[in-house]
Design a protein around this ligand. Structure first.
Ligand SMILES: *Cc1c(COP(=O)(O)O)cnc(C)c1O
Length: 385
């Protein structure tokens, strides 16, 4: 094992995050040095150095980690997938500890926490994260409060500042899954988070071609960082060098992808809200949305995810089947527009309406996306022959 399992500290940058996304994680500028950190495919290294073995470190991880760390304002550690990072973070809970989870959150997180509860490793308390009072009440005496904002797939918003302030000094670890917002739209450390999580599989990668997860802690939090690093070493859920390279390449264009997709999502949300076949639109950018004000206060943009309720599973199934441009697929955050009727998964919560379709808006032309949605909505109203 290397003497220092912790990646180097990234000095905090004065430049804007859009610039950091482009400049961070580069090799040192020297004549004929490559501009990008190339993927280093190595399981072992010549002895005598700090890394030694491919499960302990890789220059491609370090380049990605220093970039995500700089964007969030902390120190990042990457994993084979978002779920591998989720697992490593849950390992921070002491044996028999208590974790507060939102009613709606990424299903894998709820399933893993449930599995750990079933074998007595921890106890789960479920709350409505839209109520800061309920979260803080459940957080009293808990070891970890785990939030996601906006949530998957209902697009609920948690008041991170109020919850972070309430948890400060209590010793409870405050985790924020920032996958939906990305560090360009929301920076949870500013609201008191101790750990920030990304499924980099989604927006950071942005091209639906890599699985990777990142956990970020405060610069000074070497204790949590080294515990996460130990879990990565011993459980072996290490990211691939190629995946690390792809995700970092994705981050370079995150800003322009997100800006485009978000503008389109906002326009689509408004148009969908006026469409007679749509029962409800959930998008924090709509001023009628229950999370709008809190989202406006804590985010610099409302993102490119929304969900719509078409009233019934049949209508939603017909809608997704009739689309030609939009792809019916799970996952989100790619340049291509995808959507999914969430209740097609038997494990999805019954509190998610059967006709709910989560939409991940990509960077295609607005009018092409709208035309396809309109014809699919029309088809969803016409009973199949
Ligand atoms: C996808 C996702 C995860 C899990 O990440 P994987 O990379 O699929 O393992 C966790 N949280 C959220 C919000 C997600 O969307």
């Amino acid at each position: 094992m290397s003497p220092d399992p912790v990646p180097p500290i990234q000095p905090h940058r004065s430049e804007r995050p859009q610039t950091t996304a482009v400049t961070a994680g580069r090799p040192e500028r020297a004549p004929d040095a490559p501009l990008n950190q190339p993927p280093v495919l190595a399981s072992t290294y010549v002895g005598g150095g700090d890394t030694g073995y491919g499960r302990y470190g890789n220059p491609s991880w370090t380049a990605l980690e220093s970039t995500v760390g700089a964007l969030e304002g902390g120190r990042a550690i990457s994993f084979a997938s978002g779920m591998a990072a989720v697992h490593a973070i849950l390992e921070l809970v002491p044996p028999g500890g208590t974790v507060v989870l939102p009613r709606h959150c990424y299903l894998g997180v709820a399933a893993l926490a449930g599995q750990l509860q079933d074998r007595g490793a921890l106890t789960v308390r479920v709350v409505d994260l839209t109520s800061p009072a309920a979260v803080l009440e459940a957080g009293a005496g808990a070891d970890m409060v785990w939030l996601e904002s906006p949530t998957n797939p209902m697009m609920e918003i948690a008041d991170l500042a109020t919850i972070g302030a309430g948890l400060r000094g209590t010793g409870c670890t405050f985790v924020v899954d920032n996958t939906f917002a990305t560090p360009l739209l929301q920076r949870p450390f500013g609201f008191g988070a101790d750990v920030v999580l990304h499924s980099a599989t989604k927006f950071l990668s942005g091209h639906s071609d890599a699985l990777l997860g990142v956990a970020v802690v405060h610069d000074t939090d070497t204790d949590r960082l080294s515990r996460l690093d130990t879990t990565r070493r011993l459980h072996g859920a290490t990211p691939g060098a190629l995946e690390s390279y792809l995700v970092l390449r994705g981050i370079r264009t995150l800003h322009v992808r997100l800006q485009q997709a978000q503008a389109t999502a906002s326009e689509l949300a408004h148009r969908l809200q006026r469409h007679p076949s749509v029962v409800a639109v959930h998008y924090p950018g709509l001023d009628t949305d229950p999370g709008h004000q809190v989202a406006a206060a804590q985010m610099t943009g409302f993102g490119s995810l929304l969900s719509i309720d078409l009233g019934s599973a049949d209508a939603a199934d017909a809608f997704v089947a009739a689309a030609r441009l939009w792809v019916h697929a799970t996952s989100l955050g790619g340049v291509e527009s995808t959507f999914e009727r969430r209740r097609r998964w038997p494990s999805e919560l019954v509190t998610v309406p059967p006709g709910l379709v989560r939409m991940s808006v990509g960077i295609e032309h607005l009018e092409d996306l709208w035309q396809d949605l309109e014809q699919a909505l029309t088809a969803s109203r016409t009973p199949a022959a």
